[in-house]
Design a protein around this ligand. Structure first.
Ligand code: NAD
Ligand code: UDP
Ligand code: UDP
Length: 341
């Protein structure tokens, strides 16, 4: 196939792969923790497109599902392991994309102690694995490390404004410790690390009852229910379509910079504007209602992506108006609606 031709004319970009398959093609063995989740499964799809890659997913299915990976189950270059990252994992890999962690507030607040363990012990274990086998490891950190930011937009040099004892802290502080562990293993043990700070991401395969704002509004519009804007509705977020996110993560892994690097779409919207856009594009017949908010909700959030542009040559391509209809199509199929409007 193409792999043979590539091998002769164009060696793969990453130097000295550890293993060779039976045809002496260098292969890259890649672990994706949390690969059965929303972003992880899209990342797996992209990695599997490259015939040089073998992909191993480790996931405990807390918020992810085998369904997201069904097209790869049984593929010779793919392996799925039911595994909780808070337990040690002994395998041989060249790269680790470490995503395992619930990302939606309702799920990460459900068992906060488990969320902290996943972030801290889970990341420690993946770093121990990276150290033992000499793998490069990428952490999907979050814009939540900036907390309720006092700097706008947020660039990577900002240290954040995080409540250490609030209901979101298991996630925010958990990710902050995970970043600390990454940099300490890098400085102390010379591990090759990459840290991405992901801003709100949306797209097909989000859990319908995930609780995050874009999936809530699209599911509500599909069911003909009111769109629930949490007060005051003037709080902002910046939404990145999942294909852009995956592209950014792979560029970061393959590039030479440790990060942290913001990956997100700088298009910023109030939650009221988002509701109005969903209404306009998906179902003009629903109403918008205001409901109570949850504690410590950040008031504004927008990434400064100067670093990603300069260091990774990356910027998002899909606007919110283009991305929402793509997601609607997937939700419509899963909700069993023939058409939403
Ligand atoms: P998701 O909840 O869809 O996926 C997380 C996956 O991790 C799931 O498959 C879940 O089953 C698995 N998991 C959770 N705990 C685990 C454990 N202890 N052991 C093994 N597997 C475990 O979330 P997502 O949106 O795909 O997010 C992926 C990563 O990106 C997370 O690390 C998240 O913090 C980060 N992130 C996401 C966003 C976003 O907007 N989606 C924003 C910032 C950061
Ligand atoms: N670890 C792992 N897989 C490995 C190597 C280590 O899960 O292949 C775990 C190990 O159980 C430990 C953690 O990673 O809890 C940190 O490992 P490290 O070697 O850095 O520290 P130590 O074992 O010396 O505490
Ligand atoms: N939000 C909303 N309606 C909902 C769910 C969330 O207005 O049904 C708001 C929430 O108050 C927050 C924003 O949307 O200001 C983003 O929330 P989400 O849980 O999606 O992500 P995060 O807070 O982690 O950025």
């Amino acid at each position: 196939g193409n792999g043979d031709i590539c091998m002769v004319t164009k060696p793969p970009p990453t130097p000295s792969p550890l293993r060779f398959s039976k045809f002496f093609q260098p292969t890259m063995r890649i672990l994706v923790t949390g690969g059965a989740g929303f972003i992880g499964s899209h990342l797996v799809d992209r990695l599997m497109e490259n015939e040089m890659n073998e992909v191993i997913v480790a996931d405990n299915y807390f918020t992810g599902s085998k369904d997201n990976l069904k097209k790869w189950i049984g593929h010779p270059r793919f392996e799925l392991i039911r595994h909780d990252v808070t337990e040690p994992l002994l395998i041989e890999v060249d790269q680790i994309y470490h995503l395992a962690c619930p990302a939606s507030p309702i799920f990460y607040k459900y068992n906060p102690v488990k969320t902290i363990k996943t972030n801290v012990i889970g990341t420690l274990n993946m770093l121990g694995l990276a150290k033992r086998v000499g793998a490069r490891i990428l952490l999907t950190s979050t814009s939540e490390v900036y907390g309720d930011p006092l700097v706008h937009p947020q660039d990577e040099s900002y240290w954040g404004n995080v409540n250490p004892i609030g209901v979101r802290s298991c996630y925010d502080e958990g990710k902050r410790v995970a970043e600390t562990l990454m940099f300490d293993y890098h400085r102390q043990h010379g591990i090759e690390i990459r840290v991405a700070r992901i801003f709100n991401t949306y797209g097909p395969r989000m859990n319908i009852d995930d609780g995050r704002v874009v999936s809530n509004f699209i599911a509500q519009a599909g069911r003909g229910e009111p769109l629930t804007v949490q007060a005051p509705g003037t709080q902002t977020r910046s939404f990145c379509y999942v294909s852009d996110m995956v592209d950014g993560l792979i560029r970061l892994m393959e590039g030479e910079n440790t990060g942290p690097i913001n990956i997100g779409n700088p298009g910023e919207f109030t939650m009221l504007e988002l509701a109005e856009t969903v209404m306009e594009l998906i179902n003009p017949d629903v109403e918008i209602i205001t409901v109570d908010n949850t504690p410590d909700d950040p008031r504004q959030r927008r990434p400064d992506i100067t670093k990603a542009k300069e260091l990774l040559g990356w910027e998002p391509k899909v606007t919110l108006r283009d991305g929402l209809p793509l997601m609607e199509e997937d939700f419509r199929l899963r909700l069993g609606n023939p058409r939403m409007n």
